[in-house]
Write a protein of this length. Structure first.
Lengths: 316, 203
């Protein structure tokens, strides 16, 4: 094939890839054509041809820059936000509250932070989700680059009656650690625990004085929503199975394995270390391992027959 | 995961169009939206960015009418194909019941097709789904570009690359002119409903 024909084919391909939106492929073809022209004595003096290709490359570059500069997570319409919520809470076996939490988390993941804050504020009214929702609100404020807003929100919660002192302490530790990491020198206020006047307790064996204890404050563990574990027993050996987290206390997470998935229980033995666990939180995904601390069959209630598994998070 | 509401006598399932960027997922959906008016029960929603690239997803609600006294509702989604939207693709895939993989017939996109199929397999695995167990249809799109002066893969080559092990139903298609768009979706719906029926029977 002669060189002119080769160049013609390359330019034709580049043009088609450009119309298909395959910009990198188009760019490569234009560059290949340019190289061929420059390697040919007769053609390299054809300024019209060279200028034509330079012009095409310029337009292509402009298109690439436009795409690169486009916002990655723009604020979308309320209708689309509703759809995001619905799409990510598409689970028939979950309570309405947990579905709402999934929806709010999805909004945050899709960058719809203001709307997510509104949703999390609704979830604060639910006792079981209060701290998770509050932490998510603080994260959303920080993602919006408004550290001050996060602090103001926390201060507002201190003066409200919604949170218990223990819950506020958890939020205090959570926010303080983040402020430290971000290098923000800000002294956060704390709500004082009500003073309890404890009388010494007299027992038959002697006299014990019970000290008024500070509320226990958990470590600043990330709230984990779900984990992915590679199953090491039949029949799902080698498959990654995702488990939703039912409860979390510090770095101990609790998952529930329904009776229908009883075979999976063989993968969890108390004291065993599970390697390569994917931990999914509202804001991050990280790998780690975990130690199984409890495997227990639920004997009573609507979840009778299901298994409860506690795992201690070990971050690699 | 389909929602089976016995009280309302309703079954709602989710179909996702997957595939590399610019392979024609949105074009498939646009054609369905324009053509199957009777089955489309709402507006098509698209969240795209510069150059008509899907940013979050496209969504189309459909209704298939009644089957054995149950209203069948289908949520159809597309994922963003560009490599950098991995986490978004995973989110959109959540609760999926059936997948249509739209592959690009252009030879320059051969590697991207394979990487995207691998990405689908990985994301499904993260939800505890084995790719061989989910209703999956392969669509070899952009067949209209054959003879347009650009290298286009043969169907045999695409089958070897993408479907040698899976052996799922596949369709040569041209979404831009609507060729095989309906057939692809119908086959996926058929397999999905059969799979759901099996799941319901096995409790």
């Amino acid at each position: 094939m002669n060189i002119t024909k080769k160049i013609k084919i390359l330019l034709q391909e580049a043009e088609l890839y450009h119309t298909q939106g395959l910009l990198n492929e188009a760019m490569e073809k234009y560059h290949n054509a340019t190289k061929l022209i420059k390697s040919n004595e007769q053609l390299k003096s054809n300024q019209n041809l060279i200028n034509g290709i330079i012009n095409k490359i310029r337009v292509l570059k402009e298109d690439i820059i436009k795409i690169q500069k486009a916002p990655k997570k723009p604020e979308v319409s309320a209708e689309v936000q509703e759809l995001i919520k619905k799409m990510c809470s598409f689970a028939p076996d979950k309570s309405e509250d947990l579905k709402a939490l999934d929806g709010a988390i999805a909004l945050a993941k899709f960058g719809q932070l203001k709307r997510a804050i509104t949703e999390f504020n609704e979830l604060i009214k639910k006792d079981s989700l209060r701290v998770v929702a509050a932490k998510s609100i603080l994260r959303c404020h920080m993602a919006l680059s408004s550290m001050d807003e996060a602090v103001t929100q926390y201060e507002q919660w201190i003066s409200d009656d919604i949170f218990s002192t223990i819950q506020l302490d958890k939020l205090y530790v959570f926010l303080e650690n983040i402020l430290k990491k971000e290098g923000v020198d800000k002294k956060l206020p704390r709500r004082k625990a009500p003073t309890v006047n404890l009388e010494p307790v007299i027992t038959r064996l002697g006299t014990n004085v019970v000290q008024a204890k500070e509320p226990e404050i958990e470590d600043d563990a990330l709230d984990i929503n779900s984990i992915g574990i590679t199953i090491d027993s039949e029949p799902q050996e080698g498959q990654v199975v995702e488990f939703k987290i039912r409860f979390q206390l510090g770095n101990i997470i609790t998952l529930l394995i329904p009776i229908r998935d009883k075979d999976l229980i063989k993968s969890f033995k108390v004291g065993n270390k599970i390697n390569d666990i994917q931990y999914y939180s509202t804001t991050a995904l990280f790998s780690g391992s975990g130690i199984v601390t409890l495997v227990k069959e639920i004997k009573i209630g609507p979840l009778r027959g299901d298994y409860c598994v506690d795992i201690e998070i070990v971050v690699n | 995961m389909a929602i089976f509401n016995i009280k309302k006598r309703e079954l709602e399932c989710k179909i996702v169009y997957y595939g590399p960027g610019r392979s024609g997922k949105t074009t498939n959906m646009e054609y369905i939206y324009k053509t199957y008016k009777k089955q489309v029960v709402g507006e098509m929603v698209s969240v795209d960015t510069e150059g008509d690239r899907t940013l979050f997803f496209d969504f189309l609600p459909m209704g298939l009418g009644q089957i054995k006294g149950f209203d069948i509702k289908v949520q159809v989604y597309t994922v963003p194909g560009q490599v950098q939207y991995k986490s978004t693709r995973k989110l959109v895939l959540k609760g999926v019941d059936g997948v249509i993989f739209v592959a690009d017939s252009l030879a320059v996109r051969r590697e991207k097709n394979m990487l995207s199929l691998k990405d689908l397999q990985h994301n499904l695995k993260e939800y505890g789904i084995n790719i061989v167990n989910i209703p999956l249809i392969m669509q070899h799109n952009k067949r209209d570009l054959t003879g347009q002066g650009v290298p286009v893969m043969t169907i045999e080559q695409m089958e070897r690359d993408l479907n040698r092990q899976l052996k799922v139903p596949s369709f040569p298609a041209s979404a831009i002119i609507g060729e095989s768009v309906g057939a692809t979706l119908k086959e996926c719906l058929k397999l999905t409903l059969l799979s759901l029926k099996k799941q319901i029977k096995s409790g």
